[in-house]
Design a protein around this ligand. Structure first.
Ligand SMILES: Cc1cc2nc3c(=O)[nH]c(=O)nc-3n(C[C@H](O)[C@H](O)[C@H](O)COP(=O)(O)O)c2cc1C
Length: 227
């Protein structure tokens, strides 16, 4: 069985009356999941819609609770960490993580960053030991794959593109991937949304097709590992 953790981060829906207001990143993510589910009878999907239900920001009390030994935590501290515990539990279960995210101000939406802040947690998703020298953090989880689906209004954010250096979305998530236990990343990007021209239509169409093909490829790899 494969467990997919599906995280959608756009604040836009996919069923607006005016179609052009619909979320592109969500709809490409739907294409991926639909294509996967067409070929699979043995998949569990955990949905975490951070765009519609943003996780709480971490706070002073959250950090204090994290750094209090588990057996000494008060009931209040346990309840402060309850959301983080369940988000981490969802992550631990996942073999494949599918994140769909719009580019907001050249980076990830605040709600997605809030999710990362809740799950990248000492003694849960990383350990810390100064005996390791200049790199004291070590990821705890491993063996997962990540499909990262993004949409942007401008274009040229890919390697070699005219806005490569302005892309703080994909590179940021790839910096964090190890703490999710992710060892392989597959990126799908739609661009040009703000131009509403043929380049945009082509970019979205290509992204949907890439998502469908990638789902077929990853599913057949998962099936051959299971059998
Ligand atoms: C608050 C906000 C900030 C945005 N910032 C950027 C940006 O920095 N660069 C860019 O190329 N597009 C930017 N856009 C455009 C979105 O990336 C684009 O509309 C994308 O399609 C949104 O994803 P979605 O269609 O899944 O909602 C921004 C849009 C919003 C609403």
């Amino acid at each position: 069985m494969t467990t997919i953790l599906q995280i959608d981060a756009s604040v836009r829906k996919t069923d607006n009356q005016v179609q052009k207001y619909n979320s592109i990143s969500r709809s490409i993510s739907h294409s991926f999941i639909k294509s996967w589910m067409n070929g699979s009878t043995d998949t569990k999907i955990i949905r975490r819609d951070v765009g519609m239900n943003p996780p709480a920001f971490i706070c002073n009390e959250w950090v204090a609770a994290v750094f209090t030994a588990e057996e000494l935590r008060t009931e209040e501290q346990k309840s402060i960490l309850a959301l983080s515990d369940s988000l981490i539990d969802e992550l631990v279960q996942a073999d494949l993580i599918v994140i769909s995210a719009p580019m907001y101000n050249y980076g990830m939406p605040a709600a997605l960053k809030a999710w990362f802040d809740q799950i990248i947690r000492i003694d849960k998703t990383f350990s810390f030991d100064l005996a390791r020298g200049d790199y004291p953090l070590k990821p705890v989880l491993s063996g997962k794959k990540l499909v990262l689906i993004t949409s942007s209004g401008e274009f040229g954010f890919c390697p070699g593109g005219i806005r490569e250096k302005m892309n703080h979305l994909g590179p940021h998530i790839k910096t964090l991937q190890a703490y999710l236990g992710v060892e392989e990343v597959f990126e799908i990007s739609a661009e040009y949304q703000e131009f509403s021209d043929d380049r945009h239509a082509l970019s979205v169409d290509k992204a949907h097709k890439k998502a469908e093909r990638l789902a077929e490829k990853l599913l057949s790899a998962a099936i051959s590992v299971d059998s």
